[in-house]
Design a protein around this ligand. Structure first.
Ligand code: ADP
Ligand code: MG
Length: 141
């Protein structure tokens, strides 16, 4: 599935729709450069899961947990030096649990991502303007 957005709110809205339809055990992997909109998309997905709490970037904590219609585990693995840190926080409990996982920078740990995960790539195209984003949703990158 391909989408195009021209404002942050539109990207958030796509996240909301995916969050509304998310099922227990779903894993959403986000790929895209710094500042492309991964966290904004994540905020939308959390809203779609009925989470009212403010979503903050888990860059320094690796994972933040929220409770909505389902548990929501928001990862950002950008700062991980290696997968040992993920093993220490017990990532398998999250990935193979009954909540919804969203992993920013999942491409950095793609060998740990279960095959059923949904991959979402967000890209800029400056020829289309500063706020343009192309969002691609696939079962494999
Ligand atoms: P990331 O988590 O990928 O580093 P953020 O979500 O933190 O990125 O930030 C994305 C930035 O891009 C925000 O400042 C946002 O306002 C801006 N932006 C501009 N246009 C868009 C768009 N169409 N979709 C998402 N973000 C956009
Ligand atoms: Mg981010």
């Amino acid at each position: 599935m391909n989408y195009e957005t021209y404002a942050p709110e539109e990207t958030k809205k796509i996240g909301q729709t995916i969050g509304k339809n998310a099922k227990a055990g779903d894993i959403y992997c986000l790929i895209g450069d710094l500042g492309v909109g991964k966290t904004i998309f994540s905020k939308g997905l959390a809203e779609g899961l009925g989470i009212t709490e403010a979503i903050t970037s888990p860059t320094f904590t690796i994972v933040n947990e929220y409770i909505g219609r389902l548990p929501f585990y928001h990862f950002d693995v950008y700062r991980l030096a290696d997968s040992t840190e993920l093993e220490e926080i017990g990532y398998e409990e999250y990935f193979f649990g009954n909540g919804v996982c969203l992993i920013e920078w999942a491409n950095l740990i793609d060998d740990l991502i279960p095959a059923e995960a949904t991959w979402i790539t967000i890209e800029k195209d400056l020829t289309q303007g500063l706020d343009y984003r192309r969002i691609t949703v696939t079962s494999k990158p």
